[in-house]
Every structure is written in structure tokens, then in C-alpha cells.
Design a protein around this ligand. Structure first.
Ligand code: ADP
Ligand code: MG
Length: 349
């Protein structure tokens, strides 16, 4: 049994994002997200992994309302946000959900001292209070993220990359959000300071119950930090599961390819170069299901087609044309409504 609650803090359903491509008068478009379903529970970290260009940032930017989704639903604590805030994210939304970006320097204006960024965030969201309360809050924020209050007087360039990312996290924390979306928060940092940022994110989950989407192309850090991992391939989620189970039993060729590149002393057997080449070839095919149209398969009439992998407690599913459920198991096919189906499946398990 995992420590996080069963209530979804953030739920995304059928999220589609098309970008215009071609010239000013062209109607051509590229589909960056092909109908993504994802849920993050209260106090849970979900890692979103996938190669560059697979649509990870687009998903985060749509959820943060920095991009307008073409279709789909975003629910925060059950509220349909796209209906509530039709044109842009409201201040209320910003106070519930914050984003941390890859480049901490790019998101901190170099002319201001650290105190400015945090004070501004607190003031905008009505959390500053009296001058004395503001002072206390600033000091607390710095301590929470592992910095000393005297650094409030520093300029961004006087801090290291890791320290700047801590400031960016403190700024997000200032509004007391329920959800943080962190888009490759460590990928521009030295390897030696990455682990410190991951540990800070873990502390925020454990001590403050903050839910997080941790975006990375580094599966090893996803396993280290996240409760669950969702794998994105060409704008679609193709596999998702409890982190250790997904790493131990990857079912989609693309996940297997990612996992095969992660050094893991606990893994039995290794991937030989020929298998890696075969996996590479397999993932170049489009994502569709071989069971589609098979009347024996409950799932074949509906899209998307998901198959449960292993023990239902691990909430591990795959969506893959190559996946064959083990012959011993009864139908592992999940319905087209995974967000609703999973808790029900769990209850009946
Ligand atoms: N503003 C944009 N205009 C047009 N295409 C975009 C835009 N942003 C992203 N894309 C395209 O969407 C796809 C997904 O990009 P992105 O979400 O940045 O992937 P990732 O974060 O996984 O590297 C890519 O093909 C990218 O070229
Ligand atoms: Mg990105």
C-alpha cells in the first residue's frame, strides 16, 4: 500500500494539442499530443519520461495553461479548469498549480535580488502579511529549500545553478501550491547537485503533501524519485505503472529500450545489442494494437487499448500492438476509461 492518498489532485483526460505548421495561410498542423489521460494523486510524484520531442513539455505547458489545448479536460481537485478559466489561467489556478522550468537562470531576471522574486510571489498571491510576517516567511522559504536567509540579498548570478533552481522552487512554494510541474528541473545542472534537487522535491512531497509531475528523459532519476512512471512516445502515453514494477517489467518496446539503457545491478539478464536493435526497429512503427478488431478481446471495440501488466496493485498498463497478455491470465484488457477503470479494478482485485 502506498503512502499517498487515492484522491486525484490533477486529472487530465483526452488532452490533444495541435500546433500549426507551414506558412501563415497554411492549415497544416502537427499533433503534439494525441489524447493523453493522466492522473496524479495528492502527495504523489509521477514521472513523465520520453525522448526529446515526444510532447512532455507540451503536456506540462497545456496543464499550466501556457498553451491552449485543442481538446480535452484538465481537472484540479475535481474542478474542470478549462471551463472555469476559459481564456487563461486565473490567479486561483496559479495559486494551486506552479511550474518549475529547466533553466533556472532564464526564469530569474538578473537585475533583481532573490528577495524580490519571493516577495513578489508572496504579494501577488496575498501571502505576504505584515512586514514582520513577510520577513519570517522569506526566511522559512529559504530554509525549506536548503538555502540560508542571507542569500536573499544575492543576485541570481552570484548563486550556483543548483542554488538558482532552489530559488525557483522556493518561488513556486511561496504560493503554497498543491501541484508542481517540474520540466527537466535538473537537466541543466551539474551531476553532483542533481541529487540534492531530487531530494528536495521528495521532501516537499513527504512533508507538505505536494503532488508533482516530474518530467525527465532520465529513467534512473524517475525511478529514484517517482511513485509512478508514465512513458510518453510520439505524443501518446504508451505505458504507466508503479516505478519499480515498470522498471522491472517493462512491456512496451519503447519502455524496454529506455530501461535497457539504464544501468541496474538488480536486473537479471541484460539486453544484447541485437535485442536493442530489434526494439529500436519496433518502436519506429506507429502505436496501434494488434488486438484491434479481435472479437475475443473486450478492448478491441474501444480506444485507447490498454492491457494490464501483472498484479493490479501495481496499476501497470501498456498500450502496445506487440503486447501479448500471458496465456495463463484471463483477459487483462482494460476499458477505454482508464482513469475511472483503475480504482474499480483495484477494488475488485
Ligand atoms: N510552439 C510550437 N509550435 C510548433 N510546434 C511545437 C511547438 N512546441 C512544440 N512543438 C512540437 O511538438 C512536439 C513536442 O515537443 P515538446 O513538447 O517540446 O517535446 P519534449 O518536451 O518531449 O522534448 C515536437 O515535435 C515539437 O516540435
Ligand atoms: Mg521538453
Amino acid at each position: 500500500m502506498s503512502r499517498h492518498s487515492d484522491t486525484a489532485a490533477l486529472e487530465v483526460k483526452g488532452l490533444v494539442k495541435d500546433f500549426h505548421s507551414g506558412g501563415l495561410f497554411s492549415r497544416a498542423s502537427v499533433r503534439a499530443l494525441g489524447g493523453v489521460d493522466l492522473a496524479i494523486r495528492k502527495g504523489e510524484i509521477v514521472a513523465l519520461v520520453g525522448e526529446s520531442g515526444s510532447g512532455k513539455s507540451t503536456l506540462a505547458r497545456c496543464i499550466a495553461r501556457l498553451e491552449k489545448p485543442t481538446e480535452g479536460q484538465i481537472r484540479l481537485n475535481g474542478t474542470d479548469v478549462l471551463k472555469r478559466d476559459r481564456f487563461q489561467a486565473s490567479r486561483e489556478y496559479r495559486s494551486q498549480l506552479q511550474m518549475v522550468f529547466q533553466d533556472p537562470f532564464g526564469s530569474l531576471n538578473p537585475v533583481h535580488r532573490i528577495e524580490h522574486f519571493l516577495t513578489r510571489s508572496l504579494t501577488l498571491h496575498g501571502k505576504a502579511g505584515t512586514p514582520a510576517q513577510l520577513r519570517t516567511r522569506l526566511d522559512e522559504l529559504m530554509t525549506t529549500v536548503g538555502l540560508t536567509p542571507d542569500m536573499l540579498n544575492s543576485y541570481p548570478h552570484e548563486l550556483s545553478g543548483g542554488q538558482r533552481q532552489r530559488v525557483a522552487i522556493a518561488r513556486a512554494l511561496a504560493v503554497e501550491p498543491e501541484v508542481i510541474l517540474a520540466d527537466e528541473p535538473t537537466s541543466m545542472l551539474d551531476v553532483s547537485v542533481r541529487i540534492g534537487i531530487l531530494n528536495l522535491m521528495r521532501k516537499l512531497r513527504d512533508e507538505q503533501g505536494i503532488s508533482m509531475l516530474y518530467i525527465t528523459h532520465d529513467l534512473a532519476s524517475a525511478r529514484y524519485l517517482a511513485d509512478r512512471i508514465a512513458v510518453m512516445f510520439a505524443g501518446e502515453l504508451v505505458e504507466e505503472g508503479e516505478s519499480l514494477d515498470l522498471m522491472a517489467n517493462p512491456a512496451h518496446p519503447y519502455t524496454r529500450l529506455l530501461v535497457s539503457a539504464v544501468p541496474d545491478p538488480a536486473r537479471t539478464g541484460s539486453y544484447d545489442p541485437r535485442e536493442r536493435a530489434a526494439l529500436r526497429a519496433a518502436v519506429m512503427e506507429s502505436v496501434s494494437c494488434a488486438f484491434d478488431g479481435d472479437p475475443q478481446q473486450r478492448c478491441s471495440a474501444t480506444e485507447p487499448v490498454r492491457h494490464r501488466v501483472g498484479d493490479p496493485a501495481n496499476e501497470h498498463w501498456v498500450r502496445c500492438h506487440l503486447y501479448r497478455p500471458p496465456a495463463t491470465a484471463a483477459s487483462h484488457a482494460l476499458s477505454a476509461e482508464p482513469l475511472d477503470a483503475l480504482p474499480e479494478d483495484k477494488a475488485s482485485a
